[in-house]
Design a protein around this ligand. Structure first.
Ligand SMILES: *Cc1c(COP(=O)(O)O)cnc(C)c1O
Length: 455
């Protein structure tokens, strides 16, 4: 066991040492990867050390340097060294974090991380927190709690009765909602046809006046999904106004803050996320901006009773605790699962309040730096207000040229970023969410982008 883990550590360290200078995109085609990795499954297995080495060699050219400092695609984030170290231990410990008795340490660590997160986000300290696989499941869990909450108010127990014959629930989303809101609604049995879309402004923020108008026409239970951090522009919905309107109508307000919620942890973004604390549930990712390894999402629910009712199950063999102890499964869709609280705990403890704020502010500063450098070139337009870590760039006011520059940049390898469509036009999308990205990385990457613009 020790030799094998030393081998893995050695290979991991080599990868991490090379990471900042690695070609950021993939270097092999699918065919090449298949040729390297597809071997016949043997009857008797192979030597474990040889398997690890073969895996490292076979995977290498198909690995993306997304944990490195010049990956700006999507909002991916890397891994803080302390979070990675805690994650290695999490695997070595192999705890089942489902219930208290299968890992008292995992349970207590999640209790502690819960308190720290509520303080950092400045959300109601009595809210419940679940540790899930990512933003998708955080949205799903929050909306399951919402489904319970709004239907209970009209006397319907959805966990017992299901949705057949239930009073109809009005589902209100922003035109700019993340697709995982839609898939969550699907998994919750609502379907997507029922979604009522509220239009968004030029930055991708839900329009409060349009929400007010729509809610006036709706009767019965309502769930409203707002957003803190648009995946393209980084824009944050006018949360205070939305919360006031939603609550006038007794609606449940959910905020998808997969990355944007981290803005709550820094004074510089206070105003942007003002009123966020008035919502009823929040979804967040730790594997994005907190820079912990996958899989790590966070769901927070004001009404912990609705949260628990939507997730908990009972069985005689589970009644092992006094009730003070946290059984993690009560707050997440999974039962047995990875003890993903350890890396979050380690990251927060190592960073402290100021460290978290500096991580968020640093990425936002780098995003602004990108916009400043690129916009000095007359052929470049910046399409969004830089409020967080997202920059949308367009070249020569041309879809074709914009897409061409993105392709060239991806191929060149200094950095990696992807394209998107913004207000009907092609755009390059830059997301800065890695703890290790420096001002020099941005200079180098911006220079590479401008070089690729030359052809
Ligand atoms: C990334 C993201 C999600 C989905 O999160 P996953 O961790 O990929 O499941 C949901 N909403 C927003 C706004 C996001 O940025």
């Amino acid at each position: 066991m020790t030799d094998l883990l030393d081998l893995a550590r050695d290979r991991a360290n080599s990868f991490l040492k090379e990471l900042p200078d690695r070609h950021v995109g993939p270097r092999a085609t699918r065919d090449e990867l298949v040729a390297a990795l597809k071997v016949p499954l043997t009857d008797d297995g192979e030597d474990p050390a040889a398997v690890i080495d073969a895996l490292v060699q076979g995977a290498d050219r198909g690995l993306i340097a997304c944990a490195g400092p010049r990956y700006f695609g999507f909002v991916i984030g890397g891994s803080l060294p302390v979070a990675l170290a805690a994650d290695w231990l999490t695997s070595a410990w192999d705890q089942n974090a489902g219930i208290y008795v299968t890992s008292p340490a995992a349970s207590v660590v999640e209790d502690v991380a819960r308190e720290w997160l509520l303080e950092l986000f400045d959300l109601p300290r009595t809210a419940s927190v679940g540790f899930v696989t990512g933003g998708q499941m955080a949205n799903f869990t929050a909306l399951a709690a919402a489904r319970h909450g709004v239907l209970r108010r009209v006397g319907w127990n959805v966990e017992e009765n299901g949705l057949t014959g239930a009073p109809p629930v009005h589902l209100v989303v922003s035109a700019a909602s993340h697709i995982t809101i839609h898939s969550s609604m699907r998994m919750l049995g609502f379907g997507t046809r029922a979604l009522r879309k509220v239009d968004a402004d030029e930055q991708g923020r839900m329009r409060a006046d349009s929400l007010r108008e729509l809610l006036r026409t709706l009767d019965g239970p309502v769930i409203v999904c707002a957003q803190a951090g648009n995946v393209n522009s980084g824009a944050v919905d006018p949360l205070r106004a939305l919360a006031e309107i939603a609550h006038e109508h007794d609606a449940w307000l959910h905020v998808d803050g997969a990355f944007g919620l981290w803005g709550r942890a820094t004074a510089s973004k206070r105003a942007l996320l003002d009123g966020c604390e008035l919502a009823d549930s929040w979804a967040n990712d730790a594997h994005k901006w907190l820079n912990v390894p996958y899989d790590s999402g966070i769901v927070i629910v004001r009404d912990s009773a609705s949260h628990r009712a939507s997730m908990t199950v009972t069985a005689e063999y589970l009644e092992q605790t006094t009730g003070v102890e946290r059984d993690n499964f009560e707050w997440a869709p999974e039962f047995s699962r990875r003890a993903r609280g350890f890396p979050i705990y380690a990251a927060l403890r190592a960073l402290g309040r100021n460290g978290v704020a500096a991580l968020i502010d640093g990425c936002c500063d780098r995003a602004r730096q990108f916009a400043d450098i690129l916009s000095r070139d007359k052929r470049v337009s910046i399409l969004n207000d830089i409020v967080l870590n997202q920059v949308l760039v367009r070249f020569g006011d041309s879809d074709e040229l914009t897409r061409e520059v993105i392709t060239r940049v991806q191929r060149e390898g200094t950095c990696w970023l992807a394209g998107t469509t913004w207000q009907g036009e092609a755009a390059m999308r830059i997301s800065v969410s890695n703890w290790s990205t420096t001002a020099e990385d941005v200079e180098k990457s911006a220079a590479a982008i401008l070089r690729m613009l030359e052809g």
